[in-house]
Design a protein around this ligand. Structure first.
Ligand code: HEC
Ligand code: HEC
Length: 291
């Protein structure tokens, strides 16, 4: 592989390159033939590749190549195919009666998958990821339902919301007993302690249980029901089950009773298509607490 062929090296029986440093001579060791051939082949391959595939950057784009290959175009085609497939499935979901969806494993799986994604984008900001809820935002995994836990009731809440301003929304809200001057401050403290006693929590020293029961009967039973078991027609929570939307410490209860709360759940009709709303209802229903 070299032009300046040197002399013969008697020790190895090979020729040298003719280079010599301090008596050390360099043996002429040419690259193996297979290596050289492969090397030239890769160059030929690269040129072929430049011609058929997009390769060289130009000022604003790049050489397109004879095949017109583009990962972006491939992705667009794949997405379109997927969309069409999903569209068919979502149409099947839209057409199925709500009660039938959970009986059909394919539809149920689709509804749950769809529900999980849509939940993450639209509902998790309020209800938390995994629907575990937060103060004022109900946990959707438990058995406690403000507005009812059947599939139809859940669907209705999602579709029209609560205090959402939609014509069919769940209405009704607790009075602001303090702000509106219905109860005096000491009455509110007393009834707050009564509420604590309903779920077995400790009460303030000197608390008058009979007075608490009376205030509750006069002001609260109408919505929260006898014994404070709640009323789903009115969205009035069960006050005996140790599940709290806003909190059970005395200060929080006093605030709830004085100010009212009136949490707003938006209506999703018009924002999500009907098939997706169905999927959401099935998804929430299947989270564990559905009736
Ligand atoms: C802006 C905050 C917010 C968003 C977003 C939101 N919710 Fe709600 N949601 C609430 C509040 C607040 C309540 C409780 C309303 C009340 O106090 O009566 C609620 C109640 C509910 C209930 C009724 C729970 C019960 O105990 O009866 C369901 C079901 C529900 N949401 C599902 C969803 C789904 C599904 C989505 C997404 C499509 C969603 N929510 C998005 C705030 C939100
Ligand atoms: C007009 C119906 C109505 C009346 C009357 C009413 N409530 Fe409520 N109450 C509600 C509703 C509806 C909610 C849910 C609030 C929300 O979602 O924002 C609620 C929520 C509460 C909560 C919050 C529970 C939690 O889980 O954090 C407490 C505590 C409560 N009410 C106590 C009372 C007491 C005590 C009275 C009587 C002094 C009373 N309520 C009277 C409708 C009523």
């Amino acid at each position: 592989m070299t032009d300046h062929q040197g002399e013969f090296d008697s020790v190895t029986g090979r020729s040298t390159t003719g280079h010599e440093w301090d008596g050390i001579k360099e043996l002429n060791t040419p690259l193996p033939r297979w290596w050289v051939i492969t090397f030239y082949l890769t160059i030929i391959w690269a040129i072929g590749y430049w011609i058929v595939y997009p390769a060289w950057p130009l000022i604003s784009s790049n050489t397109r190549g004879l095949l017109g290959y583009s990962t972006r175009a491939n992705l667009a085609v794949e997405l379109a195919n997927l969309e069409a497939l999903r569209g068919e499935k979502m149409a099947a979901l839209a057409a199925a009666p709500l009660a039938e969806i959970e009986k059909d494993p394919a539809l149920l799986a689709l509804a749950r998958a769809k529900g999980r994604t849509v939940f993450g984008d639209n509902c998790a900001p309020c209800h938390g990821s995994g629907a575990a809820g937060a103060k004022g935002y109900p946990n959707l995994n438990d058995d406690e339902w403000l507005w009812g836990g059947t599939l139809e009731q859940i669907m209705q809440t999602i579709q029209y919301g609560a205090r959402s301003g939609h014509a069919k929304t769940h209405e009704g809200q607790m009075l602001a007993f303090g702000k509106d001057g219905v109860l005096k401050a000491d009455e509110i403290v007393t009834v707050a302690n009564y509420v604590r006693s309903l779920s077995g929590l400790s009460t303030r020293k000197g608390y008058d249980a009979a007075r608490g029961a009376k205030i509750f009967a006069d002001n609260c039973v109408a919505c929260h029901g006898d014994g404070g078991k709640g009323n789903q027609e009115l969205g009035a929570p069960n006050l005996t089950d140790q599940i709290w939307l806003y909190g059970s410490d005395e200060a929080t209860l006093i605030e709830t009773i004085s100010q009212g709360r009136a949490g707003v759940m938006p209506a999703w009709e018009g924002r999500l298509d009907p098939a997706t709303i169905k999927a959401m209802a099935v998804y929430v229903h299947s989270l564990g607490g559905g009736k």
